[in-house]
Design a protein around this ligand. Structure first.
Ligand code: PMP
Length: 386
């Protein structure tokens, strides 16, 4: 067994969940998914596909009609993108891993903006790369980017810059001007950008708008790979389907790499994804409006609790906060909340050492009142500690 693999940190989110799973009295907000089932129309497309007997291997890069549909969807939201730049993957996490496999050699210098979902920092480590973190800085509960510090960290020796915005867990998003500055800098250093934009539709700054994307500012042959997922905007976490947008010159080799990883995404899930894209106007705005209502219900209640610090997240599906006094080890704190308050939330240090003391609450709850009950539990626990 490679030492690198043995040395990988286990998920601290899982550690907390394992402490509370199976306990019916725990209100769980630890995982990053909605508790709402995938829309009927999407599920029906998968059922129909199986009924038709579509149970065989497919093209490495995905069904041509799904690649076309993704290209159309992307072109509507951003700049025109052809299907030759799209690969369908077995989940967003698989899209990210494929991108890292395609771009990073053992020993390469990789920079990641953190805090971030731990899979993004684990993947380069699995490949033996050297990872450097550039941390966002918390200011009055909001995490902000020190752009000059990031640009200074990315040198001609840096092979890959990994950035996830809208960000899991902080809700931080990149501005258009920051994207332009990062892109211009990476053009100079010859660094690839891996942009994880799976939360682009879960963006609350302007009604109905999508978060700024690197695809809006980049040229087709820029060293840019964008990773996406059907999980968030279409309520399809369990389906394991995502996609990559890349320079066309990279697509053929990506097909080869997919062959050696998963060979292809399953056909019936791709049929479901096609239905999801065809009906996106009926699905995604409703999902986003509901998540916004969840955010607006939860965050002010947390802000009103004494000793709780957080800012209104601009994107994503998480409230990221800290308690200003008392326990400052996130993992211990999250485990105590499970044991003593029946409240399941994720520890901040799962996402970066600098988020020690912070907690992540996924607000994607079908039932808004469940969020209120969670806040009551936290409030009661804080009160009892005083
Ligand atoms: N990127 C980020 C930032 C995420 O939070 C997630 C899911 N938690 C993913 C990618 C991957 O999503 P999936 O594999 O479900 O498509």
């Amino acid at each position: 067994m490679r030492q690198t693999i043995l040395d990988l940190e286990e998920s601290k989110i899982r550690e907390v969940a394992n402490a509370g799973m199976g306990r019916s009295d725990v209100l769980a907000f630890w995982f990053g998914e909605s508790d709402e089932v995938t829309p009927d129309i999407v599920r029906q497309a998968a059922i129909d596909s199986l009924q038709r007997g579509e149970t065989f291997y497919a093209h490495n890069l995905g069904l041509p009609e799904l690649r076309e549909a993704v290209a159309g969807y992307t072109s509507r939201l951003h700049r025109p993108v052809g299907a030759q730049r799209i690969a369908i993957t077995s989940g967003g996490v698989n899209a990210l891993m494929l991108a890292v496999q395609a771009l990073v050699d053992a020993g390469d210098d990789v920079v990641a903006v953190t805090p971030v979902w731990p899979n993004l920092t684990a993947q380069p480590l699995i490949l033996g790369a050297r990872l450097r973190r550039v941390s966002l800085t918390p200011r009055d509960g909001a995490w902000t980017l020190d752009l000059p510090r990031l640009l200074e960290a990315v040198t001609p020796a840096t092979k890959l810059l990994i950035v996830n915005a809208p960000n899991n867990p902080t809700g931080w998003t990149l501005s258009r001007a920051e994207q332009q500055a990062i892109l211009a800098h990476c053009r100079r250093t010859g660094t690839w950008i891996l942009a994880d934009e799976v939360y682009e539709r879960l963006y609350y700054a302007d009604d109905g708008a999508c978060a700024p994307s690197f695809l809006d500012v980049a040229q087709p042959e820029d060293r840019l790979v964008v990773a996406h997922s059907f999980s968030k905007s279409f309520l399809m976490t369990g389906w394991r389907l995502g996609w990559l947008v890349m320079p066309e010159s990279m697509t053929h080799a990506m097909g080869k790499l997919i062959e050696f990883n998963t060979s292809c995404a399953s056909v019936f899930t791709q049929r479901a994804a096609l239905a999801a894209l065809q009906h996106t106007d009926a699905i995604t705005p409703r999902v986003v409006a509901h998540l916004k209502a969840c955010r607006d219900r939860l965050v002010p209640q947390l802000q009103a609790l004494p000793g709780v610090e957080l800012a209104m997240p601009q994107g994503g599906m998480y409230a990221f906060f800290r308690l200003l006094a008392g326990e400052d080890d996130s993992l211990r704190l999250a485990k105590r909340l499970v044991a003593e308050a029946g409240l399941g939330i994720a520890p901040g240090n799962a996402f970066a050492p600098e988020a020690q003391g912070w907690l992540r609450w996924c607000f994607a709850s079908k039932d808004l009142a469940r969020l209120d009950r969670g806040v009551e539990r936290l409030a009661g626990w804080l009160q009892a500690r005083r």
